[in-house]
Write a protein that binds this ligand. Structure first.
Ligand SMILES: [Fe+2]
Length: 387
């Protein structure tokens, strides 16, 4: 987890009087997780964060499932998702279960007329293409291609994009994202053998206080509905805050790969863990250096995981005909492995330029109607072509 951080003005003690120049009190808010037993932050607002003016009709955004049960290797062309101006509409759910939803999005416009809050899920936005600023009450966080943006559950945010060319791979996680336990010491610091370190985590750095009154719409997602809330004050009216709960960025380009004499198992690529799934990053790296090594992976049956790979860039060593933005799904129940010819081709190669994000879920994923429109229907037969 990211460590203690503080921006702006805060009083010397928690829960004591903290007054403005005119003598009135700032409004203190404790934003806490897991029943006040886990990470939290304390924020100080110009106005209480409770000034609701009205609530519009909620609307449903529940993913429409086409296949509740899947027993087939599948592939989807993610870049076929159509660009869409509105951020909420741009999020296309493709693979879902009770632990996470995976969305693809190509938003073309910054969020100027509303804010968004996911009160049921921590969101991980992997920025495949695009650049901009993630705005929250904790400050502004600049992002660019390759960033994992981790936005804790319950954080109100706006995305400001530099231009209209944006591609996001989104994991909507119904539990908090953490770093793998084996990489963290008892005090929460990343250990020496972890492939990344606290210095690689970028925190909000620029706190701007919006002391504004008016009508501020926050689209609040709870479960599978969106509730348009109207507040009388700007949600980013924070004068200062401190704590451990805030959004952060971690670039895939800052992940230091773990390599070996022979093929290293997938967990060396791990970035995050959460309830019933893990995430990994496959990054450019030197290949295995045993003289007889086979750099391509072995055929594998990861018998309790649906495996989702999202291809970002470079040649993916074990696959043929891979496009940027492609997703493959290799489900529980059948083994999979390198495509024909890729094992021999990998022998003697010195390095790979592959860049990909992987999500391994411990419960099966369901396939949405929108995903079917992106599907390469013959993928499941793609191993047999050389027989
Ligand atoms: Fe695999």
């Amino acid at each position: 987890m990211p460590h203690y951080h503080s921006l702006g003005k805060i009083p010397p003690k928690r829960h004591v009087q903290f007054r403005k120049e005119d003598g009135s009190l700032y409004a203190e808010q404790v934003v806490s997780t897991e029943g006040f037993s886990d990470l939290y932050s304390i924020t100080y607002h110009e106005h209480p964060p409770t000034l609701v003016k009205g609530i519009d009709e909620p609307f449903d955004v529940k993913p429409e499932v086409a296949y509740e049960k899947n027993m087939q290797n599948r592939s989807f062309q993610g870049f076929q998702v159509k660009p869409e101006a509105d951020y909420i509409k741009s999020r296309v759910p493709v693979l879902v279960n009770n632990d996470l939803y995976i969305h693809l999005a190509a938003p073309t416009r910054s969020m100027n007329d509303y804010f968004f809050k996911n009160s049921s899920a921590t969101e991980m936005l992997f920025v495949h293409e695009g650049e901009g600023s993630l705005k929250t009450m904790y400050g502004f966080l600049e992002f660019k291609a390759g960033d994992h943006l981790v936005i804790p559950m319950g954080t109100t945010y706006q995305l400001e994009f530099k231009d209209e060319n944006n591609r996001l791979f989104i994991v909507e996680s119904f539990s908090h994202l953490r770093f793998p336990k084996r990489y963290v010491n008892h005090n929460g610091q990343l250990l020496e053998h972890a492939p990344f370190y606290e210095r690689d985590l970028r925190k909000p750095e620029r706190l701007e206080t919006f002391n504004e009154k008016g009508d501020f719409k926050i689209m609040i997602k709870k479960n599978d509905s969106i509730y348009p809330y109207h507040y009388a004050t700007h949600p980013f009216d924070v004068i200062g805050w401190d704590g451990y709960l805030y959004p952060y960025a971690f670039s895939i380009h800052d992940f230091e790969p773990i390599t070996g004499r022979v093929h290293q198992p997938p967990p060396v690529h791990q970035t995050f863990e959460a309830r019933n799934y893990v995430m990994c990053a496959f990054v450019p790296r030197l290949y295995d250096y045993h003289p007889e090594a086979i750099p391509a992976p072995y055929n594998h049956a990861n018998v309790e995981s649906d495996e989702v790979l999202y291809y970002v860039d470079g040649d993916f060593m074990s696959r043929k005909h891979v496009e940027k933005g492609q997703i493959t799904l290799h489900p529980i129940g059948i083994p999979h492995g390198p495509h024909p010819g890729t094992i021999e081709k990998s022998i003697g190669a010195k390095e790979t330029r592959e860049l990909a994000v992987m999500v391994d879920t411990f419960k099966p994923l369901m396939i949405t109607k929108q995903a079917l429109e992106l599907e390469d229907k013959d993928y499941y037969k793609s191993w047999i072509e050389n027989l």
